[in-house]
Design a protein around this ligand. Structure first.
Ligand SMILES: [Zn+2]
Length: 184
């Protein structure tokens, strides 16, 4: 396992710590979603932490784990949300198109975001429920990630009168590109 963790993956001039991170970079590149890798570090109550990705236009953090996140990883995600007031996506396992695999093949993400739930206003932790997804605005073509029944939070960077859809050929193609990307 140690050997695997030490293998780094070059993609697009960046030396990623894991192939899964690089695959998500492929996914965002295919969609024109800008990202910064290991952009900024934080001293959090749960320890020092450099989140894997910052997506500046969507204003979200993304952390990629090989396996289901430990309690410590989840604490860091919560602390990062508290410290920065920006949502945190925590992915693991594989790049999965939830539409292609029938929506709930298995859990591959948590999402920490403020204010979407009255029960837990500070931080909401979601599994692969059928109301999160990467989505495309069919008016302006912007890509976002969000919550399917809260329009205000669906696409965080789009200011048009959005009609949002997960049923997007661009998204489908991006998932496929990331899943099939050959790194050598
Ligand atoms: Zn739009």
């Amino acid at each position: 396992m140690c050997e695997i963790q030490n293998i780094r993956e070059w993609y697009n001039g960046v030396r990623f710590r894991s192939r899964l991170e690089a695959k998500w970079a492929v996914f965002w590149d295919a969609l024109g979603v800008r990202y910064f890798y290991e952009y900024e570090g934080f001293e959090l109550p749960s320890g020092r932490y450099v989140p894997d990705f910052w997506l500046p236009h969507l204003e979200i953090w993304v952390e990629i784990k090989p396996n289901e996140p430990t309690d410590n990883a989840r604490s860091k995600a919560r602390d990062l949300l508290s410290a920065t007031d920006k949502p945190v996506l925590l992915y693991w396992d594989e790049v999965i198109d939830p539409l292609e695999l029938g929506r709930s093949p298995r859990s591959t993400m948590f999402w920490y975001v403020k204010g979407l739930s009255e029960e837990e206003p500070e931080a909401l932790c979601l599994y692969d429920e059928d109301w999160w997804a990467w989505q495309e605005c069919v008016n302006c073509g912007q890509i976002g990630v969000g919550y399917s029944y809260n329009d205000g939070n669906k696409i965080r960077s789009c200011h048009c009168n959005c009609v949002l859809s997960e049923y997007s050929d661009r998204l489908k193609a991006a998932y496929r590109q990331a899943q099939n990307y050959s790194f050598w």
